[in-house]
Design a protein around this ligand. Structure first.
Ligand SMILES: [Zn+2]
Length: 77
């Protein structure tokens, strides 16, 4: 399994802790993209003011994988 890593975040504009996606999050992203999602997607877990978590998505090898930034919903169904 992929491990948490410190990666740059396009939204935070800094190096932040990132975690691999859970099975549910991966499924959500596959629904969004319409194709299979590999193990190299990470979410930024930087705490933002107001008690939110960034949750911006990126690939380990590609900071700007999405033309526009994409973040996970705060609550997964
Ligand atoms: Zn971030």
């Amino acid at each position: 399994m992929p491990k948490p890593k410190t990666l740059t975040c396009q939204t935070c504009r800094s190096r932040e802790p990132h975690e691999p996606l859970t099975a549910d999050e991966k499924k959500w992203l596959e629904g969004q993209l319409g194709n299979r999602v590999g193990d190299d997607f990470y979410k930024c877990v930087n705490d933002l003011p107001g008690g939110k978590v960034c949750r911006n998505l990126r690939r380990e090898s590609v900071e700007r994988h999405f033309r526009l930034t994409k973040r996970l919903p705060d609550k997964m169904e």
